[in-house]
Design a binder for this molecule. Structure first.
Ligand code: NFS
Length: 654
């Protein structure tokens, strides 16, 4: 295999399909990335296109840094906007888009819960009543002996009101440690309504409004908190209510999950409203009979991207792969239909599908693609629409061509570690708590906790940074919590099974994993489920012994292969919640050293945490470990760890 192909991914199945694509004459994102170089000015945040006098490009002068004060004075757009204003505006506008995407997803779930509560839709039900009642208490909804459907409708209305709240504070802000809430209040970044913060951010970054970069970043932080502690948290909690709170489940991942003798349907996108009903429809006798009549043994569902994580966690449905594998799923020639809803979907899918027999089916009125079939998914007719989708897939199966090659790669994983599961798993059903986790951090067996999340980015080798970083962390006794494409990368590398503890984790972490029977890397779900990481961090604070704020905890965050605006929003709410966070691949504000320094240092004084950038995943992991050790030292628990490290008897015992 050519060296050039090897560097595109560390995953053998992906490499096989990249090679097949080139034989089949298919143009992939990997090819386009070679043909299109990133614009060097836009990449660093130095291109302003918020008005029609530009776009104005204000790059740093080449080859002789630092620039002189005179050069700096002139480095402005036509309207006078400085390089700082331009970089800060570009940065926070990405945050607004990410917050909007997650939050609009949350809103759809709240609308569905309202419809379920009012009895307006069939095919959905309340699966986690306990969680609904807990939410009712959060929102001040009366419980008494009212019917559960009525409570659900009231909770949904309260959740929907969070989006348009005009003033006051977002409800879930109160879930954070008290000290964190005070930090937010002091900095004036407690979100009001979710929509309001996004609208205000767009207003403030219009030409000629907010022109002080610290102030612009503050609104970016406020919008990010409206996502993490608002839109995403609503999405996660209400999905748990409607579809069930995840608990550990065994699954499989990679392109090897396709089946030659079944109708293969990939569910791709983000919102489980669609995927949950397709799962139910696939089991319907009418659909099964149609599949058999077409000559197939049945319907084989698999997920792609974050919706994959949702259906894996709740149904054990296999994962075909992460973001950069979506085109490769089609290249197998065995994908009969790919049904998509919103987010992280490549517009090239219908073009790739033309080389095979695959039907690309869009389902959301918010997201159509030229060249795809559109079946408007409407919760009021959910089951019929889901069956329409599957009938198209069955029809496509009968047109399968000869270009079929299913890689023989698939890996087992255990997923479904919700906050509730971690609580029970560690503490037991009758004394559910984070106490054992905190105790093991204090005694040093677990050095700290890292959240490694986010996307793939075709500019870096697919999955390489995720896997290298996670291995380095667990080797150093850091328990890793994951979501999204990052979780899938680790799963493909075999890090999400209990046996991985012995093979890859340090002695301390391995001993805890073996006692509890858990993997050293825990899969917490999709990208909106990063809110579960916020809840887990808060639970650690509340359990005691590790300080009184998230910024006191020996924890860190990372997104080593990020590409989407949503990832930046997640990173920003991690930082604003007190978590030191390292990104890789690229950094979008380096055109302004001042803005970059503010994000990489200034924020720490205000929020007790900051951003960092490091493209080498091992060095990035070491930065995270150094931060964890600094926090351990501040907590006075670094000595305990030294004893554990040098305790050879304990190692022998293991
Ligand atoms: Ni999240 Fe990135 Fe997309 Fe999921 Fe994957 S690309 S920010 S991880 S699928 S949302």
């Amino acid at each position: 295999m050519a060296e050039k192909t090897k560097a595109k991914s560390i995953d053998q199945a992906s490499l096989q399909m990249i090679e097949k694509a080139s034989c089949d004459g298919v143009n992939l994102s990997f090819d386009r990335a070679s043909a299109i170089k990133p614009c060097p000015i836009g990449e660093v945040g130095s291109c302003c296109k918020v008005c029609s006098m530009g776009p104005c490009r204000v790059p740093l002068p080449k080859g002789k840094a630092p620039e002189t004060p005179e050069e700096k004075r002139k480095r402005r757009g036509v309207c006078g906007a400085t390089a700082e204003t331009i970089a800060a505006r570009n940065f926070v506008r990405m945050i607004a888009a990410g917050a909007a995407a997650h939050s609009d997803h949350g809103r759809s779930v709240a609308e569905l819960l309202l419809a379920v509560g009012r009895g307006e839709v069939s095919g959905y039900e309340i699966r986690d009543e306990q969680k609904l009642l807990a939410l009712a208490m959060d929102f001040g909804v009366e419980i008494g002996d009212r019917p559960i459907a009525e409570i659900a409708a009231d909770v949904a209305q309260k959740a929907l009101a969070e989006f348009g709240r005009h003033d006051g504070e977002s409800t879930f802000i109160k879930r954070a440690p008290l000290k964190r809430q005070e930090i937010w209040r002091k900095n004036g970044v407690v979100p009001r309504g979710i929509d309001r913060e996004i609208v205000e951010l767009m207003h403030r970054t219009h030409a000629g409004v907010d022109m002080e970069y610290h102030n612009i970043i503050q609104q970016g932080i406020r919008a990010s908190l409206a996502d993490g502690w608002g839109g995403s948290m609503i999405a996660t909690d209400l999905q748990d209510v409607l579809f069930g709170t995840p608990s550990p489940v065994l699954g499989q991942i990679n392109l090897g999950v396709f089946k030659e003798d079944e109708v293969n349907v990939i569910i791709h996108g983000h919102e489980p409203l669609l995927s949950e009903v397709i799962v139910a429809a696939a089991a319907d006798p009418e659909i099964q009979a149609l599949a058999k009549k077409a000559g197939a043994k049945g319907i084989n569902l698999a997920g792609q991207c974050c919706t994959a994580n949702e259906i894996l966690m709740r149904h054990g449905i296999p994962l075909a792969g992460n973001f950069l594998q979506q085109e490769l799923s089609l290249v197998t020639g065995a994908c009969d239909a790919m049904v998509v809803d919103v987010q992280c979907i490549m517009e090239s899918l219908p073009d790739v599908a033309q080389c095979y027999h695959t039907k690309i089916i869009t389902t959301s009125p918010k997201a159509k693609i030229t060249g795809a079939v559109h079946i408007d998914f409407d919760e009021h007719h959910a089951m019929e629409r889901a069956k329409d989708v599957l009938k198209l897939a069955i029809e496509a199966y009968t047109h399968r061509g000869k270009k079929i090659q299913i890689p023989e790669c698939k890996t087992d994983l255990v997923a479904g570690f919700s906050h509730e599961t971690i609580n029970y798993m560690l503490g037991g059903l009758f004394r559910a708590s984070y106490r054992p986790l905190n105790d093991n951090i204090i005694n040093g067996r677990i050095r700290g906790v890292a959240g490694v999340v986010g996307c793939n980015n075709v500019r870096v080798t697919h999955n390489e940074a995720h896997v290298a970083m996670v291995k380095e962390l667990i080797k150093n006794d850091v328990l890793v919590l994951q979501t999204g494409c990052s979780a899938m990368a680790s799963a493909m590398a075999g890090l999400m099974v209990p046996e991985a503890a012995k093979q890859y984790a340090g002695a301390g972490l391995a001993s805890v994993c073996e006692t509890v029977g858990m993997p050293p890397v825990l899969h917490l779900g999709s990208c909106v489920d990063n809110s579960r990481i916020l809840v887990a961090a808060t639970a650690m604070v509340k359990d005691g012994g590790l300080g009184d704020d998230v910024s006191d905890l020996p924890v860190a965050g990372a997104a080593p292969e990020w590409f989407s605006e949503k990832a930046l929003t997640i990173g920003q709410y991690f930082v604003a919640s007190g978590v030191f966070t390292v990104f890789g691949a690229t950094w979008p504000t380096t055109g302004s050293p001042e803005v970059t320094e503010h994000l990489f240092g200034g924020l720490e004084k205000m929020y007790g945490a900051m951003w960092a950038f490091e493209n080498d995943p091992i060095k990035a992991a070491q930065m995270m470990i150094a931060h964890i050790d600094k926090k351990r030292q501040a907590l006075g628990i670094s000595k305990a760890r030294e004893r554990v490290l040098f305790d050879m008897a304990m190692r022998r015992e293991l």
